[in-house]
Design a protein around this ligand. Structure first.
Ligand SMILES: *[C@@H]1O[C@H](CO)[C@@H](O)[C@H](O)[C@H]1NC(C)=O
Ligand SMILES: *[C@@H]1O[C@H](CO)[C@@H](O)[C@H](O)[C@H]1NC(C)=O
Ligand SMILES: *[C@@H]1O[C@H](CO)[C@@H](O)[C@H](O)[C@H]1NC(C)=O
Ligand SMILES: *[C@@H]1O[C@H](CO)[C@@H](O)[C@H](O)[C@H]1NC(C)=O
Length: 520
């Protein structure tokens, strides 16, 4: 994967994977990790041709689950004695003065580990194990040659285990352009995959005699091994990326599967996810059917995943799914479009996916139920009432006011996107209520809120990255994010100032815009 590739792994999977990895911790204390900051980072990177840097934020170390340090320090204490020494360092990326370094290295979350080689020329994400022993063996391999030589069947069976991707080049000689290109490709991808080379294909698992040069990729799924013979470096990289994606990605609590789940989410394809209880009698029938369907849709822009209900709580919450809908398929497109088929049977998977592909399935929208009564000062909006609400006035109807024959749609809306667990939102709630009460006499001003975790927000206009987010729609239909202070006074003033009422609109003489509306 290149440094610039966009990561699309959804947050529910990040938390899930993290909880699995955290459950494998033991506490240790040691102090072999080098502390770096903006003043000495560059020197340290220049001095060590191979250095691993953990970018962390201290607030992730308290209370929450992000507890890498003990394992990292234990690994560091072992690795300083390696020959050549392997240096493990850390940078507090939350420190204002260090933010430049974190930015330069593309750090987007904490903790992030980077392997930095050759004075900063080569940078790769650390993607190895998170426990001390795992870190040690992974990094030892990272400083050695990118590809290990296999000289016996025993070597091969030690290296090529049943649950990983392994790429082996078979060459008559370890020289020549093909060998060189293989080595270059291995160097490029070494942080993500394991490579080996051999002169004898018979050493390899399920080994038949082939004459090199040839590249054989072993994988723990589908056809188990694939051969490739184009030795252009780019072609090799592409082959490895493509051949290492399972036809159907399995999502359960087994951490061995998680790298494939990450690949699945990073794919540019639409993502079809079948969720069911893996302990269910029918699970095998679903698995083989989905495999069949996935094969028939290969190369058609859809990636497939099968997920165990037990591991999927986060996903269910994210999509607003319910257990009684299982087995279900949800398809998510990269632009946010979602499609749902609840209570699917093995035999209906293929036809439903085909209907989806043919544009015959209506999008699915996560929504809370429409409230039966909505008479608090702050109105409740849900996904199913969103469009209507934003386009309408207080009473759920589009209101028109005519003054001197000018017709204006004059409702002014302040809408809060909130999350139930968000402290700032809870603090804002009574303030919004007071604001709403102060405008209760003005039927054109509506203060409303929507639980953005339980309702899909139409993309495009509303950019909700944190909670609370406040949007304001003025009388002339402009929608802007409210960036001011979240105090009663500021909010009221803002609404009065930017939300011109129809009286002022007419007084200010008719603008072109109102004239256009007039004509419509
Ligand atoms: C880098 O500087 C910080 C503070 O300026 C210091 O705490 C740290 O020990 C230094 N690291 C090295 C490797 O010199
Ligand atoms: C090796 O890779 C380079 C760069 O991709 C390419 O130009 C060359 O043709 C390759 N050699 C072989 C034998 O494929
Ligand atoms: C899955 O099914 C098994 C066996 O029927 C049951 O014991 C288990 O509770 C189910 N798991 C979930 C998450 O519903
Ligand atoms: C109209 O604008 C004037 C000043 O431009 C302001 O004093 C007045 O309060 C506004 N009227 C309303 C109803 O907002």
């Amino acid at each position: 994967m290149t440094k610039s590739s966009r990561v699309r792994v959804p947050i529910w999977f990040v938390f899930f994977a993290f909880s699995v990895f955290v459950s494998s911790f033991n506490a240790v204390s040691a102090e072999s990790v080098l502390t770096l900051d903006h003043s000495n980072f560059t020197d340290a990177v220049a001095k060590h041709s191979f250095i691993v840097v953990e970018f962390y934020a201290p607030w992730y170390r308290v209370g929450t689950v992000r507890v890498l340090p003990p394992e990292y320090e234990k690994a560091a204490s072992e690795l300083v004695n390696n020959d050549p020494p392997i240096i493990l360092a850390k940078v507090d990326a939350n420190e204002e003065a260090n933010k430049g370094i974190a930015g330069e290295f593309n750090v987007r979350g904490y903790p992030t580990l980077k392997i930095i080689r050759n004075g900063g020329k080569d940078v790769q994400d650390y993607k190895g194990p998170r426990d001390a022993d795992g870190i040690v063996s992974h990094l030892k391999k990272q400083v050695g040659p990118a590809s290990a030589e296999i000289t016996s069947a025993e070597d091969a069976s030690n290296l090529i285990s049943g649950n990983k991707i392994y790429i082996v080049g078979v060459f008559p000689d370890f020289s020549g352009e093909e060998y060189q290109n293989f080595t270059d490709a291995a160097e490029k991808m070494r942080a993500d995959y394991d490579f080996a080379h051999t002169k004898d294909s018979k050493f390899l698992p399920r080994g038949d005699a082939v004459n090199g040069p040839i590249v054989r990729l072993f994988k723990p799924f589908d056809e188990l091994s694939v051969d490739f013979q184009d030795f252009h470096v780019d072609a090799l990289v592409k082959f490895v990326e493509e051949a290492s994606v399972p036809t159907v990605t399995v999502f359960n609590k087994d951490p061995n599967n998680h790298p494939f789940v990450i690949k699945f989410f990073n794919s540019p394809n639409a993502k079809a996810m079948l969720f069911l209880n893996f302990s269910d009698e029918a699970a095998d029938a679903f698995k083989s059917k989905l495999q069949e369907v996935a094969e028939s849709f290969k190369g058609k822009g859809i990636s497939f995943l099968i997920g165990d209900l037990e591991a999927s709580q986060g996903a269910f919450q994210y999509f607003g799914l319910k257990e009684e809908q299982v087995p279900l398929i949800v398809i998510q497109e990269n632009d946010g479009g979602k499609y749902l088929k609840p209570n699917v049977a093995p035999d209906t998977i293929a036809s439903w996916v085909k209907d989806y592909k043919d544009g015959k399935v209506n999008p699915y929208r996560k929504s809370e139920p429409i409230p039966e009564v909505n008479n608090e000062p702050v109105k409740v909006v849900v996904a199913d009432t969103f469009q209507e609400f934003v386009n309408s006035g207080k009473n759920g109807m589009r209101t028109f006011h005519a003054y001197n024959s000018v017709i204006t749609i004059c409702n002014i809306i302040l809408l809060e996107f909130y999350a139930p667990w968000c402290g700032h939102c809870q603090k804002l709630a009574p303030i919004l209520e007071e604001v709403a009460i102060s405008f209760q006499g003005d039927e054109n001003v509506v203060i409303a809120k929507i639980d953005a975790t339980a309702n899909d927000i139409p993309s495009g206009v509303f950019d909700v990255k944190g909670y609370p987010t406040l949007y304001f729609k003025s009388a002339d239909g402009n929608i802007v994010q409210y960036e001011g202070d979240r105090t009663k006074e500021d909010l009221i003033q803002f609404i009065q100032k930017s939300g011109k009422t129809e009286e002022n609109k007419t007084e200010e003489s008719k603008t072109d815009e109102t004239l256009v509306k007039d004509e419509l």
